[in-house]
Ligand binder design. Structure first.
Ligand SMILES: C[S@@+](CC[C@H](N)C(=O)[O-])C[C@H]1O[C@@H](n2cnc3c(N)ncnc32)[C@H](O)[C@@H]1O
Length: 243
């Protein structure tokens, strides 16, 4: 009997507990918050987004959130699909996301691309896939995030929505400046992190002697940015010569 996805989500995010494919207990780190999970679910449900994509699956908190919203749409009729890209699902996470999806009976709609996003996303483009929703939470450095944004922009249809996690990181902020300047997106309201939590995160970073990250944690009100794609715009080859 499949379990309620919401209970699995709470176990993953609030209790930080999950299991690998052999049933071994694992401690969850680095997942989205419950409020962020709810925000993503609301976006999918309100907009009837039936094809989704994420980079960075890990223990599967975001994956279960996305697939459970898709399951509600599936119940209304029609098909749904979620693509997840991660090089380490079995190497590091013991297939935890796959196990969680199976536990709540959502595995049929999920397809794992096991590999780095810069190698896997072009395969989806080659297959002619377009998505309504993309969640970016893979490798967090500037260069890999920029590549995720570049390819996800190609996969996302106009009118679709992209959420980018960990916007407190300077690398993510820098990569986002590229998207906002050279592509056509508008920012939508997202989940606001209260000042008390931002101060807590800033203190943690300060204790690790990371002053820039600490300041960024303090000043980043929406750690998960939500962006709507206006159109499939790309600047011409001589664009840079004219600015
Ligand atoms: C912060 S975790 C993702 C957390 C997950 N979204 C959640 O909410 O539970 C980052 C993930 O990115 C994956 N990753 C690392 N390098 C990657 C790459 N080049 N392409 C795609 N994913 C990558 C890691 O294996 C890890 O699972």
């Amino acid at each position: 009997m499949p379990k309620d996805p919401q209970l699995i989500l709470e176990r993953l995010i609030r209790d930080r507990e999950t299991f690998d494919t052999n049933g071994k207990r694992l401690q969850v780190t680095g997942a989205i918050s419950l409020l962020e999970a709810r925000h993503i679910q609301d976006l999918i449900l309100e907009n009837d987004f039936r094809t989704c994509l994420e980079t960075g699956v890990a223990y599967g908190a975001s994956t279960v959130a996305i697939c459970s919203a898709l399951a509600a749409l599936e119940d209304r009729g029609g098909t749904v699909k979620h693509y997840g890209v991660d090089p380490c699902q079995f190497q590091i996470y013991g297939g935890a996301a796959m196990a969680a999806l199976q536990e709540c009976g959502l595995d049929h709609m999920f397809e794992l691309y096991e590999g780095q996003a810069h190698l896997m996303l072009p395969k989806l483009i080659e297959r002619g896939v377009t998505v309504d929703f993309a969640f970016i939470d893979g490798m967090h450095t500037f260069d890999y995030t920029l590549i995720d944004l570049f390819f996800c922009d190609k996969l996302l249809r106009p009118g679709g929505i992209m959420c980018v996690h960990d916007m407190n990181l300077p690398s993510k902020k820098k990569a986002l400046r590229y998207l906002m300047k050279y592509r056509k997106y508008v920012r939508l309201e997202s989940v606001k992190k209260p000042l008390s939590e931002r101060v807590g995160s800033a203190l943690k970073e300060a204790l690790k002697f990371a002053p820039r990250k600490s300041l960024s944690c303090l000043t980043t009100i929406e750690p998960m940015m939500t962006l709507k794609k206006v159109s499939s715009f790309e600047p011409g080859w001589d664009f840079y010569a004219r600015i």
